[in-house]
Design a protein around this ligand. Structure first.
Ligand code: SF4
Ligand code: SF4
Length: 177
């Protein structure tokens, strides 16, 4: 009889111990979960009040300005008199690794008998340009630059081939010092 009594007592004690242990375990897990939530919220709140770096595009299309080093597309720089600095030497065309540039020129002889190359058409294929800047860096006359334009999506690749010399433009005359 005594043995049964002790066994029952032992079983009751053990059940109570297990109960207490599982409650403690539950509390520990709860505190750990709460702590992890607070750590996550701390990061969320910090980012929430930080200055925004994202742009609301395309709503801000009119005010959006790109950074200085951004290469949108190659341009032949023209001044206010519709003059450019390109002497049609073809150096940019030779240096372009992608065959993106095509310089069409003709030889013109002036009344004094001096023959010079005159630019007819400066073609640039934006679709194959990899924006390496070799053309702008090697142009001996600083005739080229990159514009910060960025909306170039078209449905036909041929529309990405642009003529960079403007209609009626001519070579800028050198200022006499
Ligand atoms: S853009 Fe410059 S490098 Fe290219 S053909 Fe004209 S002058 Fe020569
Ligand atoms: S940036 Fe590079 S790939 Fe593009 S036109 Fe100039 S040289 Fe060619």
């Amino acid at each position: 009889m005594k043995f049964i009594h002790y066994s029952l007592q032992f079983a009751r004690d053990l059940a109570s111990l297990l109960d207490r242990w599982s409650f403690t375990h539950y509390c520990l897990q709860f505190v750990r979960g709460l702590w992890s939530l607070l750590v996550g919220m701390k990061t969320t709140l910090r980012i929430f009040f930080r200055r925004k770096t994202t742009e609301c595009y395309p709503e801000n299309r009119k005010t959006l300005t790109m950074f200085d080093r951004f290469c949108g597309e190659l341009i032949l720089v023209h001044n206010e008199h519709n003059e450019h600095k390109c002497i049609a030497c073809g150096i940019c065309e030779m240096n372009c690794p992608n065959g993106t540039i095509r310089v069409v020129s003709e030889k013109v002889t002036d009344p004094e008998g001096k023959t010079t190359r005159v630019l007819q058409r400066y073609e640039y294929d934006l679709g194959s340009c990899m924006f390496c800047r070799l053309c702008t860096k090697t142009c001996p006359h600083g005739a080229l630059a990159f514009a910060p334009t960025f909306e170039h999506a078209v449905f036909t690749r041929s529309k990405l081939v642009h003529q960079l010399n403007r209609e009626g433009s001519k070579l800028e005359k050198k200022q006499k010092e």
